[in-house]
Design a binder for this molecule. Structure first.
Ligand code: B12
Length: 509
C-alpha cells in the first residue's frame, strides 16, 4: 500500500480500537473473526487492539481507557442487527461525547445495509460497507494523516459518509478480496483460550472463516447485499493449515466454519478433509442441499472420516412454489431436502435444516406446507436438527421485500428506533409485531409447533441435555406431537425454561 497523495499531511497516530459489541446474552464468546480479518491488513503498519463486549463485562471502561492514549483516536465497530446493535449504539454515542475528536467507524452486516440510518445519528462518522479488509486499511491510513472521512471518500471503496452540509453519500461496495491472498489473522491480538467452548462438537470448539460470499441470490438473505452472488475462498490446504495450528497451539478438538457457504466447491472440501483426516478434529459448516447432494461417495466418505459431524442447510420451505419465489435457484426442491436427510442418515452426518416461514403474501399456506415437511423429515431421520425462522425482510429490491413493503412494512430511519425492543426482536427473526402480513394466530401457531417439536425432539447440540431430561421432555410432549394439539403448551415452556433450553441460531452452539 502506498501513501501517494497523502504526502504533506501531518501524521497523527492516536489509538486504534476494534470493538466487537456483545453478540449474545448467553455470553458465549465467538472469536471476533470480522475484526481479526480487518486487523490483519494493518499488521506491521498500525498498532491496534481488539475489545470484545461478549467477554468484557465492563467494556465501556475498557474502551475509555484504550481510547485515552493520544490525539484523534479511532473506534472501529463490527455490528450485526440485534443484541450487538443494542450495545454498540449507547456505547459509541457516549464515547463520542467524551472524546470529541474520536472517529467512529462502523462495518459489518447491519451498517452495510442500513448506512443511512447509521449516518443519520450524527455521532457516527462513517461506515465502510461490504468486505472491507483492504478498504478499511486505506481509511485508517487516510484518517491517520488527519483527513476527515469525507476527504478520504475518493480513496476508500465502500465508504459511506456525511459531507460538510450534512448530506449522506456512499461509494459502491469494495471488490471482494481473495481470501487466499489475504494475510493470516494475528491471533495474538485476542486471548484465544477465552474463545474455546465446550459444544456438542467437542471440548475445545472454536470458529474459523475460509471464504467470502455465496453464489446464490436467495431473497431473504442479507449476504446477497454484501456480495451479489460472488464467492471466493481459501484453498483446502490453507484451511487445513489453520485447523492444524488451532490443534497444535490450543489443543482445539472442534471447528465451526462460519462461512456462508463452505461447501460450494467439492474439490476444495475433499482436499481439506483429506488434509485433516489424521487430526481428530470434529467440524461443522454451512452449505446447500443441491450442491452437496452432487458430491461423490468418495467425498462423503472422506468428509465423514475427517470429522464432519453436522451440516447447516437452508431447506427453507415445504413448497416448491415458495422455493421458486425465494429465488433459491440451483436445482433446489422439496424432493431434494428429503433425499438429503436420507443420504446424510446413511453417512451418519447430522443435517441441521433451517426454514424460513410466514413469507408474504400467503403465510398460512406457506407455513402449513413447511410444518408438514418438518414432520416428514423427522420420520425419515429423527436426528435432523430443525431451525424455524420467521421471514424477516432484508433491503433487497425485487423480492419478498417489495411484497412486504406493499403491506406497509419499512425499516426504521434512526438507530434509536432500531434499538427499541420491537425492532430488536424483529432482528432476532422471531417477532411478528413489525410484519403486517403475519397474523398473531399464525405466529403463535409457529411458536407452539416449535415448542412441541423441541420438546419431542430436543436438540442434540446442548451437551447438558441428556438422559432423563430428554426422556422427560419427550414424555411430556408426545401426546401433543402425535395429536397435533399444540395450543397453549405452557407445561412445555416451563420445562424448557427449567432446563435452560438453548437455541443454536440465537446464541451459537
Ligand atoms: C458468528 C456469527 C454470529 C455469532 C456472533 C459473532 C460475534 N461477532 O460475536 C452469534 C452466533 C452469536 C450470532 C448471532 C446472531 N446472528 Co450472526 N452470524 C455469524 C456469522 C455466521 C459469522 C460472522 C463472521 O465472523 N464472519 C466472518 C468474518 C470474517 O466476515 P464478516 O463478519 O462478514 O466481516 C467482513 C465484513 O462484513 C466487514 N466487516 C465486518 N465487521 C466490520 C467492522 C468494520 C469496522 C469494518 C470496516 C468492516 C467490517 O469486513 C469483514 C472482512 O471482510 C454470520 C454469517 C457470516 N458468514 O458472516 C452471521 C450473521 C452476521 N448473523 C446474522 C444474524 C441475523 C444473527 C442473529 C440476529 C440471529 C438470531 N436470530 O438471533 C443473532 C444476533 C446476534 C447479535 N446481533 O448480537 C445474519 C445477519 C443478517 C442481517 N440481516 O444483517 C448473518 C449474516 C447470518 C445470515 N446469513 O443471515 N451470529
Amino acid at each position: 500500500m502506498t501513501d501517494d497523495g497523502l504526502q504533506g499531511h501531518a501524521r497523527s497516530s492516536g489509538p486504534l480500537v476494534l470493538f466487537n459489541p456483545c453478540s449474545n446474552a448467553g455470553r458465549k464468546p465467538v472469536l471476533p473473526m470480522s475484526l481479526l480479518a480487518i486487523g490483519a491488513l494493518l499488521e506491521g503498519e498500525r498498532d491496534y487492539s481488539i475489545v470484545d463486549g461478549t467477554l468484557d463485562r465492563s467494556v465501556e471502561q475498557t474502551l475509555r481507557a484504550k481510547l485515552s492514549g493520544g490525539p484523534r483516536p479511532i473506534l472501529a465497530v463490527t455490528v450485526m442487527p440485534g443484541p450487538q446493535l443494542e450495545q454498540a449504539v449507547p456505547v459509541c454515542r457516549q464515547l463520542k461525547e467524551e472524546f470529541p475528536d474520536l472517529v467512529v467507524v462502523w462495518g459489518g452486516y447491519f451498517p452495510s445495509q442500513h448506512w443511512r440510518a447509521c449516518l443519520a445519528s450524527g455521532w457516527l462518522d462513517c461506515v465502510v460497507r461490504g468486505h472491507a479488509d483492504l478498504a478499511f486499511a486505506e481509511l485508517v491510513r487516510c484518517l491517520g494523516v488527519g483527513l476527515s472521512p469525507a476527504q478520504c471518500a475518493e480513496r476508500v471503496p465502500g465508504l459511506a459518509w456525511r459531507d460538510e452540509r450534512g448530506e449522506v453519500h456512499t461509494n459502491a461496495l469494495p471488490p471482494i478480496p481473495r481470501p487466499a491472498e489475504l494475510p493470516h489473522w494475528n491471533l495474538a491480538r485476542v486471548d484465544v483460550p477465552s474463545y474455546l467452548r465446550k459444544t456438542f462438537l467437542g471440548e475445545r470448539t472454536i470458529g474459523y472463516n475460509s471464504s467470502y460470499g455465496c453464489p446464490f441470490f436467495c431473497n431473504f438473505c442479507a449476504v446477497v447485499n454484501l456480495v451479489n452472488g460472488k464467492w471466493l475462498a481459501e484453498p483446502g490446504e490453507r484451511v487445513a493449515d489453520a485447523v492444524r495450528t488451532y490443534r497444535d497451539r490450543w489443543d482445539v478438538d472442534a471447528v465451526e466454519f462460519v462461512d456462508n457457504n463452505f461447501f460450494t466447491q467439492e474439490k476444495r472440501v475433499a482436499r481439506f478433509a483429506e488434509e485433516v483426516l489424521d487430526l481428530g478434529v470434529s467440524w461443522w459448516g454451512e452449505g446447500r442441499i443441491d450442491t452437496i447432494l452432487g458430491y461423490s461417495d468418495a467425498t462423503w466418505e472422506v468428509m465423514r472420516d475427517s470429522g464432519l459431524r453436522m451440516i447447516f442447510l437452508g431447506a427453507e420451505s415445504g413448497s416448491d412454489e415458495t422455493l421458486k419465489r425465494m429465488d433459491k435457484g440451483g436445482r433446489m426442491s422439496v424432493a431434494k431436502t428429503l433425499e438429503m436427510v436420507e443420504t446424510m442418515k446413511r453417512w451418519d452426518i447430522v443435517p441441521e435444516l433451517s426454514f424460513v416461514l410466514g413469507n408474504p403474501p400467503d403465510p398460512e399456506a406457506d407455513m402449513r406446507a413447511t410444518l408438514s415437511l418438518v414432520k416428514k423429515v423427522k420420520r425419515i431421520n429423527p436426528k435432523t436438527e430443525i431451525i424455524l425462522y420467521q421471514y424477516t425482510p432484508v433491503p433487497l429490491d425485487g423480492s419478498f421485500f417489495d411484497e412486504a413493503r406493499d403491506t406497509g412494512f419499512d425499516f426504521p430511519e434512526s438507530l434509536e428506533e432500531w434499538v427499541s425492543d420491537e425492532w430488536r426482536e424483529f432482528s432476532l427473526r422471531r417477532d411478528r409485531r413489525k410484519l403486517p402480513w403475519v397474523e398473531r394466530r399464525q405466529h403463535s401457531r409457529l411458536k407452539n409447533f416449535e415448542r412441541v417439536l423441541n420438546a419431542y425432539y430436543p436438540t442434540s447440540t446442548m451437551p447438558s441435555l441428556k438422559g432423563a431430561r430428554r426422556v422427560m421432555l419427550r414424555g411430556l410432549s408426545s401426546w401433543r406431537y402425535w395429536t397435533g394439539f399444540h395450543h397453549a403448551p405452557y407445561e412445555l415452556a416451563l420445562a424448557q425454561r427449567l432446563l435452560r433450553y438453548q437455541r443454536p441460531e440465537t446464541t451459537g452452539f
